[in-house]
Ligand binder design. Structure first.
Ligand code: G
Ligand code: G
Ligand code: MN
Length: 533
């Protein structure tokens, strides 16, 4: 990535980093406020239900007492009893006594008018008949509720069913369970009310939050305007916004820190090249049918001054982009020769593979450096293998040139990461190659039923047809090894054998394998003594 791109990405991620925490806090606060408001309304609805039930129950108690009374009907004592029960029952307005289908007397006295027994709108579980909208003759015009049990009824003011103390904005209603409105404390939104009477539930619409509570006899509804919710959200959001701001600052800080690191990386890399901060690790390459370690792939490492290590995946492309790759390749070649000279001279069967970058392949310059560096070392050119990836083959003509020169000089040339590019087949025929390294993804696919799995087998066949040696990369399991051995793949590397090792550890590994497998190849097992990177 170039500088403007990094800066653009930084700004974008910083914006995102700032927005996400604040949006999260807003969202969390909104859900908290909504939940709290719903809980509050639910509690109110339940309290209202309880209130309605109490009003009804106290009426029922009075009715039961009267039905048990043996006083002569409508005698002064009987009237007296009805009157005192009316006064003693808070929600009661009047008590009436029925005989032969008509009202005979009430707590106020004898009835001369013909008042027929009301037909109940609803019978409760206690066997009481409830009639809504009763207008007693002596009343002031308010519609009352009649609860009738046997021969008596009690008239109650519906207001008593909803006289619960709540916040001023909360509105309450009580209905019968079949959806007949009994009382409302303040006028509710009629459409919402009808909807809730038909189908009681809790929730929120454009303007209103609502909750309902229900038992066998009554349905209570509580509603509150959303403006209350918004106020409570604002208040809570103000409380939590510092948290969001803190998160946003941390995120922006992190993004800026990362991008500064990234922006300063080319400069740091240039310094590293000058100060020679690179060193090599060596990942053993195993001859699969004997188990002997026949060499290693050299892998560059960068020890940064801050103690961290950067991955070559990151800094090799960066070095290519910033014109540092030549100097880096030179150092790699020098290091490899320095690290491995003694081993290579002692044991002619060992080889070390060096990775070439794309520009090394197209320019061919690295080859001249290599030849110059090898002069006088007594290392045979055959002992240095070169690995080139497809990225180096974009200019096929030049790549072919470089590879041909390399082979003429005596080096072995391998195509690296084979199979991950698009046009591998085309290169295979055009380029002078000795070996093919099968990419780890194809080794991973062995024994799975992925779509890639059969391709591995074809790659092996193809390499054999073309007369190329095969190196399998990234072997991690004994099953993968067994498959590759069965398919007579020549060489392999991977964590099953060893991670990339520092020079001394690699040399020790090589000797140990030679002792273990050198004389008796049939002894080969899956070693568990792989040394950590
Ligand atoms: O093992 P590792 O993470 O080190 O390797 C990551 C990638 O870096 C591999 O694809 C490898 O080809 C590349 N790489 C490792 N060492 C070198 C090197 O010395 N030169 C070049 N050009 N690429 C290398
Ligand atoms: O040059 P090439 O692209 O082949 O680089 C080899 C890379 O693969 C290095 O990063 C090396 O550390 C890594 N590697 C080697 N063996 C294994 C293995 O068995 N498992 C995994 N996950 N990575 C491996
Ligand atoms: Mn490689």
């Amino acid at each position: 990535m170039n500088r403007p791109r990094i800066i653009a990405a930084t700004v974008l991620f910083a914006l995102l980093g700032a927005l996400v925490p604040i949006a999260s806090v807003a969202y969390a606060t909104w859900s908290r406020a909504t939940d709290a408001e719903h809980d509050r309304l639910q509690v109110t609805a339940e309290r209202t239900l309880l209130r309605a039930h109490r009003a009804y129950e106290t009426g029922l108690v009075a009715l039961r007492r009267l039905n048990q009374s043996t006083l002569p009907p409508c005698s002064p004592e009987h009237l007296q009893l009805m009157r005192s029960l009316t006064l003693g029952t808070r929600s009661a307005e009047q008590i009436g006594y029925f005989e032969d289908g008509r009202l005979r007397c009430t707590s106020w006295g004898m009835m001369d008018n013909h008042v027929p027994e009301p037909t109940p709108d609803h019978i409760t579980a206690d066997g009481a008949g409830i009639t809504l909208d009763v207008h007693p003759i002596a009343g002031d015009g308010t519609a009352l509720i009649a609860v009738k049990l046997d021969r008596y009824d009690i008239l109650m003011d519906p207001e008593r069913f909803v006289d619960v103390i709540t916040d001023p904005n909360v509105r309450l209603a009580v209905a019968s369970p079949d959806g007949r409105l009994i009382a409302q404390q303040a006028i509710l939104d009629q459409q919402l009310l009808q909807r809730l009477l038909r189908e009681p539930h809790s929730g929120m619409d454009g303007h209103t939050l609502y909750a309902t509570a229900q038992d066998q006899e009554w349905l209570a509804i509580a509603t509150a305007p959303r403006t209350d919710l918004i106020a409570s959200f604002r208040q809570q959001f103000r409380q939590f916004i510092p948290l969001g701001v803190l998160g946003a600052l941390a995120a922006v800080g992190g993004v800026v820190w990362l991008s500064r690191r990234r922006l300063s990386l080319p400069a740091e890399l240039a310094t590293a090249v000058r100060r020679r901060e690179f060193f090599m690790h060596y990942q053993p390459i195993i001859e699969l049918d004997t188990g002997i370690c026949i060499g290693a792939e050299s892998l560059v490492r960068w020890a940064r001054p801050d103690g961290t290590q950067a991955r070559p995946d990151l800094f090799i492309p960066l070095a290519e982009e910033h014109g540092l790759i030549d100097a880096l390749t030179d150092q790699v070649i020098e290091r490899v020769i320095e690290d491995m000279r003694d081993l290579l001279v002692q044991d002619r069967s060992v080889h070390i593979a060096i990775n070439l970058s794309a520009s090394d392949v197209s320019s061919g310059r690295a080859l001249k450096v290599l030849t110059r560096q090898l002069a006088g070392t007594d290392i045979h050119p055959q002992q240095i293998w070169l690995e080139a990836t497809e990225r180096g083959f974009i200019d096929v003509q030049r790549a072919r040139n470089t590879l041909a020169v390399a082979r003429r000089a005596g080096h072995c040339v391998a195509i690296d990461d084979f199979g991950v590019g698009y046009s591998s087949l085309q290169y295979l025929q055009q380029l002078p190659l000795d070996a093919l390294k099968i990419d780890k993804s194809f080794i991973d696919a062995i024994g799975t039923d992925s779509a890639t799995s059969p391709v591995t087998s074809h790659i092996i066949d193809m390499a054999k047809t073309l007369g190329l040696s095969i190196v399998a990369e990234g072997i991690e399991t004994p099953a993968q090894l067994a498959y590759l051995q069965a398919r007579q793949v020549d060489f392999g590397q991977g964590w099953l054998f060893s991670r990339p090792l520092p020079p001394d550890a690699f040399i020790a590994f090589h000797h140990q394998r030679l002792q273990q497998y050198g004389k008796a190849p049939e002894n080969m097992q899956n070693p568990n003594n792989a040394v950590e990177d």
